[in-house]
Write a protein that binds this ligand. Structure first.
Ligand SMILES: [Zn+2]
Length: 362
């Protein structure tokens, strides 16, 4: 995600905070001043938010470190105003593993709450009437901080277990359904429920709390996206690069000029090019580099092509290519067979392949 501040690295996982997080801080200070607070009370509230988000980081680490036990890496954990996001390299596909990875986050908050409860004199709070208890929570002091964090961690665990896929509870729901129905059907049902709950969150958000609107959008888009992804994966299962690759492509030479490239682009539908020298791949000329240098017709390809590129073998699965596309932000790869160039594969072609392999509309 762009515009994030790197906080540190834990167990190989980058922890970062997104710039929009500053809105949350401003909002907290604004609310405090509106309530008649001063610098001290505002700072205290900011501190509370930061401690709360420390619990969120621990929650995300719960997911990430459990995924790691199943051999799935996590690139980073990003803190957003609406909570944390752990960017796993991929989702565990075995329902048992997904279940454990999903439960691990809320479980961390439950453990924190249990540990805190050891230091909280609950008995003395039971007799208090609600307004006095609220007043106590607003006071500064170690005991009120403990109680605040206890309640917050319970709420984090409960909120995340709402079965609104792709929230944790929704992932638990999908994993349980997957045991019986298979992943595709399970995802369809879980994301359907997720979208219904997202609409409910949205309406509650309009009435009560703008943060719920953000969370609702996050769930709605996430549920749709993951459902599409799982469907695609099931369509592509077992299919290899050879079936979907481009074979009629123009190979260019490092000594070709940008003028020649532009003419080739205009004469065909090709956007990215494999550059060959003595029948070996010398590099790739990407569309973005063509656009950047199109005003300079005499510049040579060898000066603008990328040489650090990934080539893929004809026998690789197409789902592996989709993983490369997702993780490397690159959508075009030269294809080789026995170290000879035989073509290329790009996202447009994979999309076409998916359309042809999908079930026809009835
Ligand atoms: Zn979680």
């Amino acid at each position: 995600m762009k515009g994030a501040l790197h906080l540190g690295t834990i167990s190989g996982i980058k922890i970062e905070i997104h710039w929009t997080f500053s809105f949350l801080i401003i909002w907290v200070v604004f609310l405090d001043i509106q309530k008649g607070g001063n610098i001290n009370s505002a700072l205290l509230n900011v501190l509370l938010i930061l401690i709360l988000f420390l619990c969120v980081v621990l929650h995300e680490l719960g997911h990430a470190l459990t995924a790691k036990r199943f051999g799935i890496g996590t690139r980073k954990i990003t803190l957003l105003p609406i909570g944390g996001v752990a960017l796993l390299d991929k989702m565990p596909e075995k329902p048992g593993q997904e279940l454990l990875v999903a439960l691990a986050g809320p479980a961390v908050n439950v453990v924190i709450a249990i540990l805190l409860s050891l230091f909280i004199p609950f008995k003395s709070y039971f007799g208090m009437d609600p307004s006095r208890l609220e007043g106590f929570l607003n006071t500064t002091g170690f005991q009120s901080l403990l109680l605040f964090l206890f309640i917050a961690n319970i709420m984090l665990a409960v909120f995340n277990m709402i079965p609104a896929f792709p929230m944790d509870g929704g992932r638990v729901f999908r994993a349980l359904l997957s045991f019986k129905l298979g992943r595709v059907k399970a995802t369809e049902i879980a994301s359907g429920l997720g979208q219904i709950l997202a609409i409910l969150f949205f309406m509650l958000g309009v009435l009560f709390n703008p943060f719920l609107i953000l969370i609702a959008l996050f769930i709605f888009v996430g549920a749709y996206g993951e459902n599409q992804m799982v469907k695609q994966q099931s369509i592509l299962e077992g299919h290899i690069v050879k079936e979907a690759m481009l074979t009629k492509i123009t190979f260019l030479h490092p000594s070709n000029t940008m003028e020649e490239v532009v003419n080739t682009v205009l004469a065909s539908t090709e956007k990215d090019f494999v550059i060959l020298e003595n029948n070996k791949i010398a590099g790739v000329l990407y569309q973005k580099d063509i656009i950047k240098n199109a005003h300079n017709p005499s510049i040579l390809i060898k000066d603008v092509m990328q040489t650090k590129i990934r080539t893929v073998d004809v026998s690789l699965t197409i789902t592996t290519i989709l993983e490369y596309i997702r993780n490397e932000k690159n959508t075009f790869f030269p294809v080789t067979s026995k170290n000879e160039v035989v073509g290329a594969i790009d996202m447009t072609n994979i999309s076409e392949f998916i359309v042809f392999k999908s079930e026809p509309y009835k």
